[in-house]
Design a protein around this ligand. Structure first.
Ligand SMILES: NC(=O)c1ccc[n+]([C@@H]2O[C@H](COP(=O)([O-])OP(=O)(O)OC[C@H]3O[C@@H](n4cnc5c(N)ncnc54)[C@H](O)[C@@H]3O)[C@@H](O)[C@H]2O)c1
Ligand SMILES: O=C(O)C[C@H](O)C(=O)O
Length: 315
């Protein structure tokens, strides 16, 4: 049986770190691609990573390239191509530039890896994954966006810090778009099986949710030159693992929802079963009235962003 072929488009901070996690976990062979303008940079990063393998004891081939021919017939493609935000910017400020970049990447993927599962990371996430789906024309289950794994990891980290317990014992769910409108689901958040609401007051939980919503901006304001990449890349690697090992992980991802949750044909963060076919099932929860309202608000924000993007691309 051949190893999985994992392509990562964009060899910047998230892309190169994702290549690192995927190779170190021996998820498959990795192709790291960037634009020709970067010249030898992807090859340099790939070679550097390969030279770490005898020390760290992993066995993955890592190739750097600027040529999509090297990515042909990939099983999974992680798309990190695009600008990151800087302090003072919102993710939505990246819309015009990154929509064009994601469109061009989608055309290349369509031509070279027609059977791949694509994980979009570029921001603003929910609009970028919608654009990837539209341009490739791939089946919706095979085009997904990474946001929820990162957002819930942040939430779990903050909860563990608050309670002084292991992050491993915290299980949580956030739904909706990757932005200020993300929706916490307290009934699906527990600590060693104990509902979080029995351990933290509503007021404190609201503060932790608020910090989570602003988690990306907090890192941007600390780094100053770009945005988070270790945790985002780890989130992508977890999704790649679920796909290449057909793990059937239950994780929140940006998935194409049509009748599901009454979304009507947009990408939004929902819990799914993630396996070799991509999104194998969307899990529909019954939400409280308050959660339904917050989720609808988030979906409306995504729809509005997609509409702005379509207008910009039509100009
Ligand atoms: N969804 C998430 O949770 C999440 C998390 C972190 C970052 N992001 C987003 O991911 C993107 C990348 O972030 P980063 O920190 O790695 O940025 P970065 O600037 O370090 O890397 C981006 C790379 O993309 C490359 N690139 C640009 N156009 C390309 C094209 N057409 N084809 C291939 N490569 C291209 C650039 O040359 C650069 O190397 C940003 O849009 C950022 O906002 C999303
Ligand atoms: O905040 C950003 O711009 C990057 C990413 O979406 C994140 O949440 O870290």
């Amino acid at each position: 049986m051949r190893r999985a072929k994992i392509t990562i488009v964009g060899a910047g901070n998230v892309g190169a770190t994702c290549a690192h996690w995927c190779a170190a976990a021996e998820l498959g062979d990795v192709v790291l691609l960037d634009i020709p303008r970067t010249e030898d940079m992807p090859r340099g990063k790939a070679l550097d990573l390969m030279q770490a393998s005898p020390i760290m004891g992993f066995d993955s081939n890592i190739v750097g390239t600027t040529d999509y021919a090297d990515t042909a017939d990939s099983d999974v493609i992680v798309v990190t191509a695009g600008l990151p935000r800087k302090p003072g910017m919102s993710r939505d400020d990246l819309l015009a530039t990154n929509a064009k970049i994601v469109t061009s990447v989608a055309e290349e993927i369509k031509a070279t890896s027609p059977n791949a599962v694509i994980i979009v990371v570029s921001n603003p996430l929910d609009a970028m994954v919608q654009q990837m789906f539209k341009v490739t024309g791939f089946e919706p289950a095979k085009v997904i966006g990474q946001a929820g794994v990162l957002d819930t990891a942040r939430y779990r980290t903050f909860l563990a810090m608050e309670l002084g317990v292991s992050v491993e014992d915290i299980s949580a769910l956030l739904m909706g778009g990757h932005g200020d409108t993300m929706v916490p689901i307290p009934s699906c958040t527990s600590v060693g099986g104990i509902p979080v609401t029995q351990l933290i007051s509503k007021e404190r939980l609201d503060e932790i949710v608020d910090r989570t919503r602003k988690g990306g901006a907090e890192i941007v304001s600390l780094l100053k030159t770009g945005s988070a990449y270790y945790a985002p890349a780890a989130a992508c690697a977890q999704m790649v693992e679920a796909i290449v090992k057909d793990k059937k992980r239950v994780v929140p991802v940006a998935a194409y929802c049509d009748s599901e949750y009454g979304v009507g044909g947009y990408y939004v963060g929902v819990p799914v079963v993630l396996g070799s076919g991509g999104v194998e099932r969307i899990i529909e929860l019954s939400l409280t009235d308050e959660e339904t309202k917050a989720f609808q608000n988030s979906v409306d924000a995504v729809k509005s962003l997609v509409s702005t993007m379509d207008g910009l691309l039509a100009e």
